[in-house]
Design a protein around this ligand. Structure first.
Ligand code: ADP
Ligand code: ADP
Length: 229
């Protein structure tokens, strides 16, 4: 049984303009499923529906076979970890930034998340480790370093489902390769939905869904898609 199912989902932000048209796709357990397509295709909308910022006008969205309208918001958020395009860093310690919103996290859990996201090399450079202030007033982190902190923040809650929402789009290409390698490692045993506008960033996803104007127009592995061209 798939972990995430979009089943004939119709959606529009406004009544007279439909954005998603009978959209269906599945994310099998442990797989990485990509949604790729031009700006405006409806990729981010899928993320917003998954978190129930909006509900479909027709069709269903299931997690582990259960309609997400029957799941509490707390459970949804515990299940799905999002790595956004631009992460917000607070003017506070690195530890606070990783553990943001998780007052119950232990130092060991924070360190493990930092290690998994490869933040630790960064920590070792910092004289006071996790107690070092980062953000506008403190240490300036590069875009890639900020993304590592964001990944650590997401991993701290150990979500079974990862939503990568243009997670490397804001980075230069070399930093992007570094962060992609980390994302590939941390998503290996999680069900992952990767949203991207460029095929190069999701080329080794198990299933690539190519979107255009609110529809999935092609689906398969990178190899399948190349063969069809
Ligand atoms: P993508 O992520 O593929 O770039 P989006 O899901 O952001 O696409 O947007 C799909 C369509 O929905 C676009 O035509 C966009 O203009 C429209 N849209 C996105 N957000 C809103 C909103 N809050 N209100 C109205 N229309 C929106
Ligand atoms: P929690 O605060 O429960 O630990 P996260 O820190 O993983 O959860 O944040 C999940 C939240 O991220 C969602 O509930 C939503 O408020 C927010 N979010 C930011 N960008 C998006 C997006 N593109 N799609 C869906 N949710 C988003």
């Amino acid at each position: 049984r798939p972990v995430v199912t979009f089943d004939n989902v119709d959606f529009g932000y406004e009544e007279d303009r439909q954005i998603l048209h009978k959209l269906s796709f599945e994310a099998p357990a442990g797989a990485t499923v990509a949604l790729v397509g031009p700006s405006g295709a409806g990729k981010s909308t899928i993320g917003r529906l998954l978190f129930r910022f909006y509900d479909p006008s027709a069709g269903r969205i299931l997690i582990d076979g259960q309609d997400i309208r029957e799941v509490t918001q707390a459970s949804l958020r515990a299940h799905i970890g999002i790595v956004p395009q631009d992460s917000v860093l607070f003017n506070d310690t690195l530890g606070y930034n990783i553990a943001y919103g998780r007052d119950d996290a232990t130092a060991e859990q924070i360190e493990r998340a930092a290690r998994d996201a490869a933040v630790l090399p960064l920590v070792e450079l910092l004289p006071q480790g996790f107690d070092t202030e980062v953000g506008e007033r403190g240490l300036k982190l590069s875009g890639g370093e900020k993304q590592r902190v964001a990944i650590a923040r997401t991993l701290l809650k150990d979500p079974p489902i990862l939503l990568l929402d243009e997670a490397t789009s804001a980075l230069d290409s070399r930093t992007e390769q570094d962060i992609l390698a980390t994302l590939k490692r941390v998503s290996a045993d999680r069900t992952t939905i990767a949203i991207a506008h460029r095929l190069s960033t999701i080329a080794d996803a198990d299933i690539i869904n190519v979107m255009d104007a609110g529809r999935i127009v092609e689906s398969g592995s990178h190899f399948d898609l190349l063969r069809r061209d």
